[in-house]
Design a binder for this molecule. Structure first.
Ligand SMILES: NC(=O)NC(NC(N)=O)C(=O)[O-]
Length: 398
């Protein structure tokens, strides 16, 4: 029954949910302006954690809500806010999550996007409950001209935030780099979270002859497929800094095909029939020269071992791999099987690696199952193939 429910849910979910949330506070996203924050501040929109509801929680301004909630408007106009993305990039879709806003959700939204070469200086600090925009802030934000930004989502109805229908997905077809989004709610109300799914696009002009983490989401790395993400999505492994907790890493369910009695080989590696995998497209093709596999927080559930494979794919080959759920193989071994330790940063140098050519994609394989909090792939971007990956299309059904 639980498996059927999961399958039905997966079928209803759009493909773009596999990409990175470019607006999340965890990657530096911030709200720089909001017309009204009476009941709850707009910064809640960008929280990494899922929204929660605490029935007994009230503030001086009303019911405490885990989202952005404005007062019931009694003046002309509508409420809106501007969000600076933590990672500028291409946007493929939005989730406007109205969780727990029932009777006070925003009935309609639209979303616009801008690319600002010189982002505005002002930011909203501190506790914003009960705040309305001042005339000075309104004048400053007017200079951005955000009301004229291109509309990525036209005025659309939102469902209220009951648990079975709180996600409002909007697919986007907009082939321009975005640094800021403007969320308009009509006329007022509450929204729990805004997830902005896309792929980072950094400015590479300042990078010459230096090692970069080619899979980091801030550089434009993206997860394009995986075998299992029961407790945590593999894209978490390419996030900023070290993981906050287990939820901030990739964690699979326990495999059911593990032998009843376990055996190890001469290197102490478990002999098991099955494994789990996650595939990433690098931000740029490059030669990987250093790797970190961090099992931070995974103490009783770290994988026994890992190995990493890599390959070079054209956009057409990538599309074919996605269609076949990565069953086709051009993979070559980059890092041979390594025994892993709990809650530990494993560093591998050039001497441990068995490939020295530029690659575009990598596959991390863990056996038999478990959790990895971060994957870092340090290398030099190669110039010759650079233009190619920038034109990759988003994944179809992963
Ligand atoms: N009970 C409520 O949620 N009321 C109001 N909202 C908050 N947060 O108090 C409202 O109607 O907008």
């Amino acid at each position: 029954m639980a498996e059927r429910k999961a399958a039905v849910k997966a079928a209803a979910e759009p493909d773009f949910l596999q990409f990175n949330d470019l607006a999340c506070e965890g990657v530096g996203g911030k709200v720089i302006f909001a017309t009204d924050e009476w009941f709850a501040p707009a910064s809640n929109l960008l929280k990494k954690e899922q929204p929660q509801f605490i029935a007994s929680a009230f503030t001086d301004f009303g019911k405490w809500m885990d989202g952005w909630e404005t007062r019931r408007k009694r003046i002309p106009g509508h409420d809106w806010c501007i969000i600076e993305l933590g990672v500028p990039g291409l946007i493929y879709g939005f989730d406007v999550d109205t969780s727990f806003f029932t009777g006070n959700h925003s009935p309609h939204v639209s979303i616009q996007a801008g690319c600002l070469d010189h982002p505005p200086r002002f930011t909203l600090e501190g506790d914003r409950i009960g705040m309305a925009a001042s005339d000075t802030q309104l004048a400053a934000v007017a200079r951005l001209g955000s009301e004229a930004w291109p509309e990525l989502v036209s005025v659309s109805e939102l469902k209220p935030g009951y648990s079975d229908c709180c996600h409002n997905y909007f697919k986007v077809n907009f082939n321009h780099r975005v640094t800021h989004v403007r969320l308009n709610m009509y006329p007022d109300g509450g929204i729990a979270r805004l997830r902005v799914y896309g792929i980072g696009q950094r400015d590479w002009s300042s990078v010459s002859n230096q090692d970069v983490d080619l899979v980091a989401l801030t550089n434009g790395g993206v997860c394009l497929g995986y075998s299992d993400a029961h407790f945590g999505h593999p894209r978490n492994m390419i996030g900023l800094g070290r993981a906050d907790n287990m939820a901030d890493g990739w964690e699979t369910a326990r495999r059911l095909d593990r032998p009843k009695k376990l055996k190890v080989d001469q290197q102490g590696i478990l002999q098991v029939p099955g494994w789990e995998w996650a595939v990433f497209r690098l931000s740029r093709p490059g030669v990987i020269i250093r790797i970190e596999v961090d099992t931070n927080h995974f103490k009783g559930n770290f994988p026994d071992s890992c190995r990493i494979e890599a390959c070079t794919l054209t956009p057409d080959e990538e599309a074919q791999c996605i269609r076949t759920k990565w069953s086709s193989g051009k993979w070559q071994v980059l890092l041979p099987p390594q025994k892993l330790r709990p809650h530990h940063r494993h560093h591998y140098s050039e001497a441990d690696l068995t490939l020295s050519c530029p690659v575009t994609h990598v596959r991390l394989i863990i056996a038999p199952d478990g959790g990895v909090s971060r994957l870092r792939l340090w290398g030099r971007p190669t110039k010759t193939m650079a233009a190619q990956t920038g034109q990759h299309m988003p994944a179809s059904r992963l």
